[in-house]
Ligand binder design. Structure first.
Ligand SMILES: [Zn+2]
Length: 131
């Protein structure tokens, strides 16, 4: 059975970033439609499902690749913003971020060092902070 599936999937496009995005959208909308029961949404879901699966089983690589590139291009801003947000939260785990009252420079201070004197690298302003 597994071999049959593998043979069937050979040379087919499969799931890319757009594919997994479509699947997440489908899942969310299916759950939403459980509550609102819209026929229009049902029809839309069916079309989306067909589109999504036609891409997964497609042998037309270049068309699917182009669609995925279009998706990546359209969402690059959003994905970059999420990436930045994530990086910021990573930093916030180990550091405090203070703003210099004199020049507005943001200063990163490691957490758990007790009371410290912070010297602004930009204007030399000194202030005391608890880290
Ligand atoms: Zn400063």
């Amino acid at each position: 059975m597994k071999e049959k599936i593998m043979r069937f999937m050979q040379g087919r496009y499969g799931v890319d970033q757009l594919g997994s995005f479509l699947n997440s959208v489908l899942l969310v909308l299916i759950i939403v439609n459980l509550f609102i029961g819209s026929r229009l949404l049902n029809l839309f879901l069916l079309l989306l499902l067909i589109f999504s699966y036609s891409r997964i089983f497609s042998k037309n690589y270049s068309r699917c690749y182009a669609q995925n590139q279009w998706y990546l291009d359209k969402t690059s801003g959003i994905r970059k913003a999420f990436g930045k947000q994530k990086a910021y939260h990573e930093i916030k785990k180990d550091y405090h971020i203070y703003k210099c009252k004199q020049c507005g420079q943001k200063i990163k201070i490691p957490k758990g060092k007790g009371k410290i004197i912070v010297t602004c690298p930009k204007c030399g302003n000194e202030f005391q902070k608890k880290s």
